[in-house]
Design a protein around this ligand. Structure first.
Ligand SMILES: CC(C)(COP(=O)(O)OP(=O)(O)OC[C@H]1O[C@@H](n2cnc3c(N)ncnc32)[C@H](O)[C@@H]1OP(=O)(O)O)[C@@H](O)C(=O)NCCC(=O)NCCS
Length: 310
């Protein structure tokens, strides 16, 4: 800031449940527009659920306002079991981010809870979270074009489309595949089998991570253990042109043999067949094994999200 320049006063946080639907609608629309523009990710339906929960008083959150009452940012939060989850955080600058984080963490819902946050990066969010003792890890949003001539790996490798009976085996596979991961993850922070089952069910049944596409989600049966899987991809549709790899995992015994690469190519081809010319995914910046796979498959950074855990 220039010497002598007037300091922008810190915004005041107000409970967003006191705002009318007409006042909140433009805030949600602007953010949905940003997701569509920056990530090719249609958030209108999920934000519709957010608004319904807010308007009925079930979803707490805050809007940060300047001295004249103009909105400068917003966020929402909820308690799920012993987790305090902070949702999307929208902010016009460092002071707003600080006010929003302070207000969220002052909620009684945060008492004696672990804190989990996942949002597109907001100004100064990383350092603000760190001052609250929250560990932070960036997640890169990667995008690749889906070449029309991607090889059809499905028949060659015995992969098959995921079915509803695979929910349990996919959950068991993810639990095992992520057991020793060192990077922070905003999903299934504990790791109990039921939590993985709940997570996979949510990916398949809700639009939080896009619309589940069974035909582009592939699994590899474990040939030595009937009923178990060696690998799985869960694919979704984010937008008219964009498919999303919501999960990809290979069991520890099947690693290093090209299974993830084959599953990824197979899924990309199925997405392409549905007219989805782009494919995206989110990966923890320190997940070096997965990043090697994505780099060589042509994925490029197109945005940054942050996860925070305390
Ligand atoms: C990431 C993961 C899916 C890779 O599965 P995999 O079947 O072992 O991967 P592949 O054998 O197909 O290897 C594909 C590429 O990944 C990278 N890779 C995989 N294992 C690696 C290792 N041990 N060391 C270095 N690079 C490795 C390499 O770039 C490799 O390409 P290359 O063989 O041409 O060098 C697996 O490690 C996993 O399930 N990890 C836990 C879950 C996870 O992190 N999922 C990704 C979420 S974004």
């Amino acid at each position: 800031m220039n010497a002598g320049a007037a300091e922008v006063p810190a915004p005041t946080c107000t409970d967003w449940r006191g705002w009318s639907a007409d006042e909140i609608a433009p805030l949600l629309e602007r953010e949905a527009g940003r997701w569509a523009r920056d990530f090719h990710w249609d958030q209108r339906e999920p934000f519709g659920y957010v608004e319904a929960a807010r308007a009925s008083g079930r979803l707490p959150g805050v809007v940060a306002v300047g001295p004249r009452g103009a909105a400068r940012g917003w966020t929402f939060f909820l308690r799920h079991a012993d987790e305090f989850q902070i949702g999307t955080m929208v902010s016009d600058g460092a002071a707003t981010t600080r006010a929003l984080v302070d207000a969220a963490l002052a909620s009684p819902l945060a008492d004696r809870a672990s804190i989990v946050l996942f949002t597109p990066a907001a100004p100064d969010l990383e350092s603000v979270l760190q001052t609250h003792g929250v560990r932070v890890e960036p997640y890169d949003y990667l995008v690749a074009q889906n070449a029309p001539d991607a090889p059809d790996a499905r028949s060659a490798t015995g992969l098959r489309p995921m079915e509803s009976a695979d929910l349990g085996p996919v959950a068991a596979l993810l639990g095992e595949a992520y057991r020793d991961a060192r990077f922070l993850r905003p999903f299934v922070t504990g790791g109990a089998p039921d939590d993985w089952r709940h997570y996979v069910t949510q990916l398949v049944e809700t639009r939080g991570c896009g619309e589940f596409l069974a035909e582009a989600s592939v699994v590899a049966d474990d040939v030595s253990e009937p009923g178990l899987l060696s690998g799985a991809v869960i694919a979704t549709r984010l937008h008219d042109d964009t498919g999303h790899i919501a999960q990809i995992a290979v069991g520890s015994r099947a690693r290093g043999q090209g299974l993830a690469r084959h599953m990824l190519e197979c899924s990309r081809r199925a997405l392409r067949t549905r007219g989805l010319s782009r494919v995206s995914l989110l990966v923890a910046r320190t997940n070096t094994l997965a990043r090697g796979l994505y780099d060589s498959a042509g994925f490029k950074p197109a945005g940054t999200f942050l996860t925070g855990i305390r």
